[in-house]
Write a protein of this length. Structure first.
Length: 237
């Protein structure tokens, strides 16, 4: 059973209300995303609020966290309120589709750890199904919405299953969003790639490619590259 909270160096994430708890995917994505000089950031499907809080720690931007599931929205709201950055993180209980309908194309960075299950067995928990299955936010809806509201110089950062990489990149390219950087994520040196972090922009450039391995062949013994990437957040590093 998961702890009801997760402590990072500069903030605490309560996770008793949200269906999806703090996981490696979100921490990797938040640490990897290049917020640069972003002034306005959008976190789609905020869950516990971890990505919004990581973005706030790494930037000076105004951050918008949106979440369709009520309990997860309340979780994000509580975690933001109890953080050092509650004056510049706005939390809203709304679908991405509805949010996009009234937005201008002025987001400098959009970040999302999207639901990725398609046509698979669903949980008995409605909240967990919303968090894990893309019935409410398909990749097409996500990419079309991002293309509408991202600024001309903006970036989109996502983490998805590796086997969906080609599909996602193709859908994005069809909507004039081009992959500018990606990092393959391997659990250990002998395991196959499970996840990939992708960065997109409206400007077509040569895609920078690399990979990261989380653990050595010893369980819970982390690689130097993983420690270096996440050291500003994890207490143990």
């Amino acid at each position: 059973m998961s702890n009801s909270w997760f402590r990072f160096k500069q903030f605490i994430v309560m996770q008793d209300k949200a269906a999806m708890k703090v996981g490696t995917d979100a921490v990797l994505l938040g640490a990897w995303a290049d917020f640069g000089y972003s002034k306005k950031i959008l976190d789609i499907g905020s869950g516990t609020g971890i990505l919004s809080l990581m973005a706030a720690q790494k930037s000076k931007a105004k951050i918008y966290a949106i979440e369709i599931e009520k309990n997860a929205y309340l979780q994000t709201k509580d975690n933001v309120f109890n953080s050092n950055w509650n004056n510049r993180v706005l939390v809203e209980n709304i679908s991405f589709q509805d949010f996009c309908s009234s937005c201008k194309p002025d987001f400098d960075h959009i970040i999302c750890n999207p639901p990725f299950f398609e046509n698979s067995l669903k949980s008995n928990s409605k909240a967990r199904t919303i968090a894990r299955h893309n019935d409410n936010l398909s990749y097409v809806d996500l990419i079309e919405g991002v293309a509408k509201i991202i600024s001309p110089h903006g970036k989109l950062s996502v983490i998805i299953p590796f086997d969906l990489m080609d599909k996602f990149i193709k859908l994005a390219k069809e909507r004039q969003l081009f992959c500018s950087r990606y990092t393959k994520v391997n659990p250990n040196p002998k395991a196959t790639t499970k996840r990939i972090m992708l960065e997109f922009s409206k400007k077509q450039t040569k895609c920078k490619k690399n990979k990261i391995t989380i653990e050595t062949m010893t369980r819970h013994c982390y690689t130097n590259e993983y420690i270096e990437l996440t050291k500003d957040f994890y207490l143990k590093f």
